[in-house]
Design a protein around this ligand. Structure first.
Ligand SMILES: *Cc1c(COP(=O)(O)O)cnc(C)c1O
Length: 421
């Protein structure tokens, strides 16, 4: 459920008409709903009711500080995957002891920054990384809390580019080697081993892969405890999928996911962390774009938008489907027609949808890409010297620009010309 609904013939974000935002900031832009962000966070938080838990929002999904602050004020922690994300979470006011640091290639500088600024835990992905964290912790005179990310070798049944829990993926340590790796970690005086971490992929639409993985984590918890490790925190990653199309079967709900966690892991008495990203931000954001031209092609009509693959790369990168709706509500019974919906970037990959049925549209009309809140703005680029598009946050009947569109001067002046030219 989200808060982008038609009212009086036009699409609204909460109580703000989309066309009003478009008039104020120009197109294209991203717009997020505070109420939807909070609702999704609350669904997860409630799903783990009765267990000691922390929902750590995976901020790589949408990392604007206004979004982070909205969620942090509701009680969320953060899952970060780079030093930049760590600093950004801190800048948004998230305390270090609510920040979890994940990622397969943490550099010494990133580790030092997090250890100096305070960190809830590192989710360690390899023994070489363990050694580096240990050395830096000793140098700083602190003890680094860690979990080890295990790779449970389960098929997440999702797009290959976002599956992370199979043994051929680069993530985590093989679960079969866990005893050895935990013994190594326990021997390092700069580390305190507190738990286990697992994250098997993104956009999972079934519970079964989670069940397989979490069952393995439960077994591993008992095994490691019997080997003398004080396993007291389980970080279960993110990955619960969202409905991108209305037609598709709906993915499991957070409450069902929470029930699965209780069933598979509840008896262990561990503190539970989860790291949802997409489900919190995905349906809380739209990308709004304007029709520039309608071009008749050979047997098809092209809708050429001012938004492009550099603004929303998911269709080009993951063959992702996004619902695209007219901002002006189509009159009842209006006949739809198929369009190929494309951006202006100079490659055929810049295609958002083929033969998509839409109401008749004309230049100047606005369209909204639904489910664009996660892995949208954060993956955008300035390819074709197209400025990063603004982000807007709506709260009831208020809205604010939370990232400005840069001017062409700002973009162009970022280059420096060497003196020999
Ligand atoms: C990307 C990622 C997440 C979030 O995944 P979603 O599918 O957005 O919920 C959580 N944890 C880790 C370690 C990740 O890399």
């Amino acid at each position: 459920m989200d808060h982008f609904l038609y009212r009086d013939g036009a699409l609204y974000a909460e109580d703000v008409p989309i066309y009003e935002i478009a008039a104020a900031v120009g197109t294209p832009f991203y717009v997020y709903s505070t109420a939807t962000l909070l609702r999704h966070f609350q669904l997860f938080d409630n799903a783990l009711d009765g267990m000691d838990h922390l929902v750590c929002y995976a901020m790589k999904a949408a990392s604007n500080q206004a979004i982070l602050k909205t969620l942090a004020q509701a009680g969320a922690g953060m899952d970060v995957v780079s030093g930049g994300e760590y600093l950004r979470a801190k800048a948004a006011g998230v305390p270090g002891d609510k920040i979890v640091f994940s990622g397969v290639g943490k550099t010494a500088d990133e580790i030092r920054a997090a250890l100096s600024g305070g960190i809830r835990q590192f989710n360690v992905e390899s023994e070489p990384e363990m050694e580096v964290i240990n050395a830096i912790a000793l140098e700083l005179g602190v003890v680094a809390p860690i979990t080890v990310r295990v790779n449970p070798d389960v098929d997440a049944k999702t797009h290959a580019k976002i599956a992370t829990g199979k043994s051929e993926n680069k993530f985590g340590i093989p679960i079969a080697r866990a005893s050895e790796v935990y013994a190594h970690a326990a021997s390092l005086p700069g580390l305190e081993v507190i738990g286990i971490d697992v994250h098997i992929g993104s956009q999972l639409t079934e519970l079964e892969p989670f069940e397989l993985a979490y069952t393995k984590v439960a077994e591993l918890t008992e095994k490691l405890r019997s080997e003398g490790h004080n396993i007291r925190r389980l970080d279960l990653g993110g990955g619960l999928g969202i409905p991108y199309t209305r037609a598709n079967d709906a993915p499991p709900l957070p409450v069902e996911y929470g029930a699965l966690i209780k069933k598979t892991l509840g008896h262990l008495g561990c503190e539970i962390e989860i790291e949802p990203g997409r489900l919190i931000a995905g349906n809380a954001g739209l990308m709004v774009s304007k029709v520039i031209y309608v071009k008749s092609g050979e047997g098809r009509d092209f809708l050429i938008l001012d938004g492009a693959m550099n603004d929303l790369i998911r269709p080009a990168m993951y063959e992702a489907y996004h619902d695209i709706v007219a901002v002006q509500e189509p009159a009842p019974g209006v006949e739809q027609q198929p369009y190929d919906i494309v951006g202006p970037v100079c490659e055929s990959g810049d295609t958002f949808a083929k033969e998509r049925n839409m109401p008749p549209l004309a230049p100047g009309d606005l369209v909204a890409f639904r489910s664009a809140g996660a892995y949208g703005a954060v993956m955008s680029s300035e390819y074709n010297t197209r400025p990063l598009i603004p982000e807007v946050l709506v709260h009831g009947d208020q809205f604010a620009v939370i990232r400005e569109r840069p001017s062409f001067d700002e973009i162009i002046n970022r280059d420096t010309i060497p003196e020999w030219l």
